[in-house]
Design a protein around this ligand. Sequence first.
Ligand SMILES: Cc1ncc(COP(=O)(O)O)c(C=O)c1O
Length: 458
Amino acid sequence: MHSTDSSPAALDYRHVWHPFTPMLLWEGEGAPVIERGEGSYLIDTGGRRYLDGVSSLWVILHGHGHPRITSAIERQAGTLCHSTMLGLSNVPASRLAAALVNIAPAGLEKVFFSDNGSTAVEVALKMAYQYRKLSPDPAERRRTGFISFRNAYHGDTLGSVSVGGIDLFHSTFRQLLFPVKNAVYPHYYRDGGELPREQYLGKCLADLEAVMERHAGSAGTLVIEPLVQGAAGIIVAEPGFLAGARELCDRYGLLMVADEVAVGFGRTGRMFACEHEDVRPDFLCLAKGITGGYLPLAATLTTTPVYERFLGTPEKPEVFYHGHSYTGNPLAAAAALASLEVFEKERVIDNLQPKIEQLARALKEQVEPLEAVGEVRRCGTMVGIELVKDRTGKEPFAPEVRFTRRVVLEARRRGVILRPLGEVLVLMPHLSFSDDELSTLVQVTAESIACIWREVNV
Ligand SMILES: Cc1ncc(COP(=O)(O)O)c(C=O)c1O
């Protein structure tokens, strides 16, 4: 491309370094440059429309350009775009804190704002750590360590990476990280597992308990993605595991950090994943969909007992030394309040159930029977399709085949945006997708998998 070319694509190739992207291959993939969003569609600079099949990386909930959210942002922009939360407050952030407390599991009463999922977790980790340090009990002060799960993903800042467990993303940085104890995240039981189902949950919880027991003197906090490990490839947990883990936390005196960055705000069919098993974590991390996906914002909710330990005494008041420039940004908070209004006015959660059933049916009929499909995993509207060379032995494709990546490019040619996670294809429709849009999403996914399968097997 000529260096005087000032088209957005040319400027992108020349200057932009894309996240989680092999830049060597980037130009060859001819990625569209998106100019507009309309409902469930993204529209590129050439006017081509694409169904947004991954909710723009799991953030968009009610579609692009929802008038209630865009006008809330416009109104707020005319009033106040930013003011710091250090030493001051602002109107939408205060209202949003109250609204979040109102919908969160009971007992989570204090809200600390930041601006993305990684920092929502980072804040919880640092709070849990300092909470232990502030204890009057010397034994408790030693319990500053963390237990997290293999294949977990909690974001890209170094604290969040420390409690992560995906080698591909995390192993490079291992020496920069603090050590954590790992437990096994139990996949939803499948026939063919080595144990009968009724024993499976018990064994998973016994394994977790063994880790807690072994490290009872040093580990004081469990970090978990409730119900679904998202970035691991939409790994759906065995039902009952979350509630069981909460019970174990209580028994062994651990705090629970529930990272609902991916699963929160309706994705699993309830407002929060913790609701499915009636669990109240000690920290609830929210981001991604919190603003309906329109502006960056995150919140870490915690309990009054945790908060009160940070008060200290009049002689020695304590401080939580953490805060970002854009913490509690009023534009983002106004968008988040408007998104919560959409949930209420449009009865989003109630209307979701038939869509989830439609999605499940379509996947079963059109995707599960395909040769290249090893497994279809789903929780609510979150879908992971594991693509394999041989479905009997679950043999993966050789990396150089780039099977899943090719399926994503094929789907894009057919007007649907998808995203690979290793050899797992992720579907994450907006909660507002119509029946027709859900059908198109599944149909194009199935056709694209079948097309690349034929190409590879000629
Ligand atoms: C469970 C979970 N936690 C944290 C994050 C990090 O969020 P962000 O990319 O906004 O930093 C993600 C992102 O995918 C996530 O899935």
